[in-house]
Ligand binder design. Sequence first.
Ligand SMILES: [Zn+2]
Length: 323
Amino acid sequence: MSQGQAVNSAKPLVLYIAGSGRSGSTLLERLLGQLDGVQTLGEVHHMWLRALGKNEQCGCSQSFTDCEFWTKVGQEAFGGWDNVSISEVEHLKSQVDRQRHQPLTALPWTSKNRTEKLLDYTDYYARVYHAVQKTTGARIIVDSGKHPSLALALTHRRDIDLRVVHLVRDSRGVSHSWGKAVRRPEATTSADSMMQQYSPLVSSVLWLSTNVAAESLRLRGARGYRMRYEDLVSNPQEALRELFGSLGLPDELQLPIEQDGTIELRPNHSAAGNPMRFTVGSTTLRPDTAWHTQMSTKERRLVSLLTASLRYYYGYTGRSWSK
Ligand SMILES: [Zn+2]
């Protein structure tokens, strides 16, 4: 599929959630999904293999092929999902959307050959975003993909209006979360039945590398905002107000949340992501501070030491890197 075939309607406004895994991206996505005019999609980069390839459940609990929302999007974007070659998407991904590609993709200039590959790869995403805009009329489309490598690749496109929220969480909370065994209720094979787990050492390295890569989005002129998970969960309304204000997003922002943090989560069409995407109904938000009491002193010290510089740099305050 070539870049020249991309859609021609007005640019969709895509809010990409970047950051380390286990930083609360699903929570942020679910909160954004309660706002009128916002359409959340889950982690679109996982959609190709998991939802499309294995027909895993959508956030609405239907299988991907039975979900009316994704059926319409697939029809609009590709003339039907049968016309999408998953192996081609994965082949292009292997060429431009890996962690090792990030330094090259972040540069202000790139070779013609590489630009063509980046555009061919991201054309799949652009088609999905445009189709969602057309079929839903959404003013903001949220992709909670997290990987900075995809956000960097998307900055090479001119047919989407990309904004990035870089979500940061204390590395010790992230590491503790990566160590937990979490079942994937949407799995269609036993091999996929559990979420990935990492040791404190590996999770610390990933936390550092992912956050540094997210910072490199500035080199590409991406319009972005950094948010702390801890600030989001303690005052969601205020955190979203600051996010919308900093990124110049449409601001009819009325999050239907009670004083005590209770919110009625409505169903969504997240194609892939954390099992929290299946939570619906009345939910009370509380900070996940389990690591304060459940993490061993040894692990906590190791993660603290390895990630000290960047944790200090973040200072736990949200800040805009461009206006
Ligand atoms: Zn659905």
